[in-house]
Design a protein around this ligand. Structure first.
Ligand SMILES: Cc1ncc(COP(=O)(O)O)c(C=O)c1O
Length: 401
């Protein structure tokens, strides 16, 4: 029998070599910033961290109280059902109908998630075969690309630009790429640019999906955080969206519940079933007490959310007015908890963010953390009270850029 020749010099591969799927992920820009942040703290610098979209406001008391009651019930100590409590799915469906006028079947068109990030990542596993592609705007929230990459797929990048107000230009998508793509991910109000989109863009997205047989996935993480009378559109408001689309929502931002890990997805029943199939092989869904907290969140009196919106609006105005007063040219966003800041000439977004930490102790996120088309900008998260935001702006104003 013939054996294949083995070169004696070939070193055996280390079992610790990461999978190709991990190796294919783009570098993690946050890691470098974390090092600089830690070094500044070590030097005794009073760091003002405006890096992550991590709400600083405590979760509203009625939500915490509902969770505490639920934790004490032994029935909630056992494995939950994969697809979540029916009571939660019904509450989501009623909230959604009240909010957007779209009826949903709580048994087939709603699925609670361990945070929307979890669902977005796992969805790619349900649909992407090696070599398949997803269309994803740049810049975008990282999991929109990374789910597909980890599933062995490729990304067709759709540049978003300040000149176009970060609106997707569906007519600019290469027809061959559009024909090949399995999914399109998009997100308005948009992280990181804080851009918003009006209903015609959503209608165009659905038409694009129908014409090219592409699944349309909308991430609506900032559904409620809108200002100055702006009301974000939901994908499912558009006729035909439910035939090929899903929309992801989160409790992290609206209800300041980022640590609870709680979100949901609504839309096409077949896509929800496929995602449930992935999840039932990988997790057991949400801790039942977190599900009861989520029910309490969606039944919260209106003023809790109104106050949160007002809080971010006040912070937005402090940052926008403050930065414009010291020579930056910043637009006033109509939604999200972010301000997207063009950087001075002579810097990359990473070098500007590094210099900012080193000279002022203010931490922001370089635009390139969200893709190459984020270059030229940094993102400020409005996760500190107004006096700390003012202090950050004073420090930035004291540096000659
Ligand atoms: C656009 C977008 N989607 C999803 C998430 C993650 O949400 P969750 O906490 O529900 O995983 C974030 C968090 O910043 C986000 O900005």
């Amino acid at each position: 029998m013939e054996t294949s020749p083995v070169k004696p010099t070939d070193a055996p591969p280390s079992p610790l070599t990461e999978s190709l799927r991990l190796q294919s992920l783009p570098p993690y820009i946050f890691a470098q910033l974390d090092v600089l942040k830690a070094a500044a703290r070590e030097r005794g610098v009073d760091v003002i961290d405006l890096g992550m979209g991590n709400p600083d406001k405590p979760t509203p008391a009625p939500i915490v109280e509902a969770a505490v009651r639920s934790v004490q019930d032994p029935a909630n100590h056992r494995y939950p059902t994969f697809d979540g409590k029916l009571a939660l799915r019904q509450t989501i469906a009623s909230w959604y109908e009240k909010r957007y006028g779209v009826p949903l079947d709580p048994e087939r068109e709603v699925l609670p998630l361990i945070g929307s990030k979890e669902g977005l990542a796992h969805l790619a596993l349900a649909y992407i075969n090696p070599g398949d592609s997803s269309i994803v705007p740049s810049p975008s929230y990282p999991v929109h690309t990374r789910g597909t990459i980890m599933a062995g797929g490729q990304i067709e990048t759709l540049p978003l630009t300040a000149d176009d107000d970060y609106q997707i230009d569906f007519d600019a998508i290469d027809p061959e790429a559009a024909r090949k793509a399995k999914m399109l991910f998009f997100n308005y109000p948009h992280n990181p640019t804080a851009a918003v989109a009006e209903r015609p863009l959503f209608e165009r997205a659905v038409r694009f999906g129908q014409e090219t047989q592409t699944l349309i996935v909308h991430d609506m993480a900032y559904a409620e955080l809108a200002f100055d009378g702006f009301k974000p559109t939901s994908l499912l408001e558009i006729p035909g969206a439910k035939d090929l689309g899903l929309e992801f929502h989160t409790f992290s931002k609206t209800f300041s519940m980022a640590g609870w890990r709680c979100g949901f997805v609504v839309g096409n029943a077949q896509m929800i079933a496929a995602l449930t199939k992935v999840k039932s092989n990988m997790d057991y869904g949400l801790f039942p007490a977190v599900q009861d907290a989520a029910i309490a969140a969606l039944n919260l009196p209106e003023h809790y959310v109104t106050e949160t919106i007002q809080m971010y609006k006040d912070r937005r105005d402090v940052v926008v007015d403050g930065l414009n007063a010291i020579g930056f040219a910043v637009k006033r966003p109509r939604a999200t908890m972010y301000v997207w800041v063009p950087i001075p000439p002579g810097f990359t977004s990473a070098s500007f963010a590094s210099r900012l930490i080193e000279e002022t102790g203010v931490v922001v996120t370089p635009g390139t953390a969200f893709g190459t088309f984020g270059e030229g900008f940094v993102r400020i998260s409005l996760i500190q009270p107004p006096d700390r935001l003012r202090e950050a702006i004073t420090r930035i104003g004291n540096v000659t850029w």
